[in-house]
Structures are given as C-alpha cells and as structure tokens.
Write a protein that binds this ligand. Structure first.
Ligand code: FMN
Length: 207
C-alpha cells in the first residue's frame, strides 16, 4: 500500500510540474522548445491544419508593441502558386518558400509607430515559437532592404504580388511547414556567454 502511495505521489508531482510549465526532467517546457528551435528550410507536403494556423495568428496578434499601438498587419499565404512566386523575391535565401505550406508576410504602417521594426520582429518570433511548439518548422526571410532585381526592391515585388498598399512597409516573411530536415540543437556549452556581463561591462556573467 505504501509503495502504491509513493508511486502515486511521484506521478502526481510530475503531473503538477507539467501543469506549472516544467517537463519531466524539471526543465521549463518553454526553454526546451527554445533549445530545439532551428531555422527549417525543407518541408514535407503536409498542409498546416487550420487550427494550428489559428494559433499562430493568435500569437502574432498577442505580441507586445510599443504603447500598444499595433502598427503591424499580416498577410497569410497558403496558395501554392503564390508561395512559388513569393519564393523568387530575392536571388538568395528565399527559394525554399515554394515548398512551405504557409507564409506569413509581416508588414507595418510606420506612420503609426516609429518602433514598427521592433514591433514586427517581436510578432514574427512569437509566431515562429508558436509554430515550433505545434511541431512545425519555420524560417525568417528578410524582405526589408533586399532587392528582387537591379530595378525592383523585394518589398515592391511582394507588395505587387499580394496587393499590399504602399503605406505599408514589408519587413519579413515567415515560412512555415512540417519540417523535412533534422538539425542538431546548439549545446549550452557552445553559447556565447562571454557576450553577457554582470553589473559592469568589465565583469563577465558566469552561469
Ligand atoms: C533578421 C533575420 C534575417 C534572416 N534572413 C534570412 C533569409 O533571408 N533567408 C534565410 O534562409 N534565413 C534567414 N534568417 C535565418 C538565419 O539565417 C538563422 O536564424 C541563423 O543562421 C541561425 O540559425 P538557426 O535559426 O537555425 O539557429 C534570418 C534570421 C534573422 C533573425
């Protein structure tokens, strides 16, 4: 009877730990997701389920913004022909978009908030981490400041393709899909802890 009670207690404390956000090894589940995250550029043909897309969109809209001004707007793209065209937005670093199941184009109206780049970036990473937590892979594709050709910016090309009004700046596109590649996650020992200081720039932070 005592043994049963002990086993029950161990199981119950693991259950409670999970509910509080820890996994069974006592790590925060959120941090273990972050440890596993890598940029994924190869995808299977499996579509992203509408309920997963809904959760990603909700995460974007819950992103914090300066003064709560929410200058961002998003265009979700699922149509294969559009993904194919979008993948040509610049000569390098976007071709894999043609195989993604979903792309989120991250735009903003700079007249609403001068912090639009920060606001957009935070929304994008919230979308990426939510995708990761749902078993999806993702990769950021830089649009702002890139060129489609010597005559057209990548922004103008994307705006043209998706009818995005000229008052909106396009910062990036997040490519999302079920990953078709495995990447090792970085060892904690390989992280650049020398870039972190404690109390003074001259004093290294030691974990
Ligand atoms: C601001 C920014 C721009 C990026 N632009 C691109 C891009 O245009 N194409 C691409 O394939 N990856 C892009 N990436 C992904 C980076 O290459 C990737 O995050 C980096 O190499 C580290 O790899 P990891 O994400 O697997 O840890 C970008 C990432 C950031 C944060």
């Amino acid at each position: 009877m005592l043994e049963f009670t002990e086993r029950f207690n161990v199981r119950y404390s693991k259950f409670l730990a999970c509910k509080r956000g820890f996994d069974q090894t006592g790590e925060y589940m959120f941090l273990s997701q972050i440890r596993k995250r890598r940029s994924i550029r190869k995808y299977t043909e499996q579509p992203v389920e509408p309920e997963k897309m809904e959760q990603i969109v909700e995460a974007l809209l819950r992103a914090p913004t300066s003064r709560g001004l929410n200058p961002w707007e998003f265009v979700a793209v699922t149509k294969k022909s559009l993904l194919e065209e979008l993948s040509k937005l610049k000569p390098h670093g976007a071709s894999f978009l043609k195989d993604a199941a979903l792309a989120i184009v991250i735009c903003a109206d700079p007249s609403i908030a001068e912090t639009w780049i920060e606001d957009n970036t935070i929304a994008a990473i919230m979308g990426q981490l939510t995708a990761e937590s749902l078993g999806l892979g993702s990769c950021w594709i830089q649009v702002r400041g890139r060129d489609y050709s010597s005559k057209q910016t990548a922004e103008a090309y994307v705006a043209d393709l998706l009818d995005i009004p000229t008052n909106l700046k396009i910062e990036s596109i997040i490519a999302i899909g079920y990953g078709d590649e495995e990447k090792p996650f970085k060892e904690t020992a390989d992280l650049q802890y020398e870039k972190v200081k404690l109390n003074s720039y001259r004093s290294l932070y030691k974990p």
